[in-house]
Design a protein around this ligand. Structure first.
Ligand code: THU
Length: 134
């Protein structure tokens, strides 16, 4: 779908912009994320590190928590940008994405600077959700 491709390119560009404000003095690994919500709104975030390394938070979770803080309950797509290319969300972020969408598209930049699209269902198979407790 042409419109979807344009939208996903726009989302990845917003993620790229967000990566510029990365606070990553320890890893020097800049990550940006943009989240497209069900209501059409877009929120972004970047990774924020800490001298106490474990307190570091990924760009994806900053973006999603920003969306949720603004009243969002459902997301449609998550774009992640890094200079290193072919990076998809870490395991913890996959679980957080899954909380707010069982079917989110995940957009990222590939090695040849092409846009790649996968889905949370592929990245997090047999996922844990509350139904798993029943
Ligand atoms: N990072 C993210 O922001 N997102 C990911 O999906 C993977 C890792 C950040 C955390 C840390 O600041 C740096 O990248 C190196 O792990």
């Amino acid at each position: 779908m042409k419109n979807e491709k344009e939208l996903y390119e726009k989302l990845l560009n917003i993620a790229k912009e967000a990566s510029k404000t990365s606070y990553s003095p320890y890893s020097k690994f800049k990550v940006g994320c943009a989240v497209l919500c069900d209501n059409g709104e877009i929120y972004f975030g970047t990774n924020i590190e800490n001298a106490s390394y474990g307190l570091t938070i990924c760009a994806e979770r900053v973006a999603i928590f920003n969306a949720v803080s603004n009243g969002v309950k459902k997301i449609k797509a998550v774009a992640v940008y890094t200079d290193k290319k072919d990076i998809t969300p870490c395991g913890a972020c996959r679980q957080v994405i899954f909380e707010f969408s069982k079917d989110a598209d995940i957009i990222y930049n590939s090695k040849n600077n092409k846009i790649k699209v996968t889905n949370i269902k592929s990245l997090l198979p047999n996922s844990f959700c509350c139904k798993s407790l029943k």
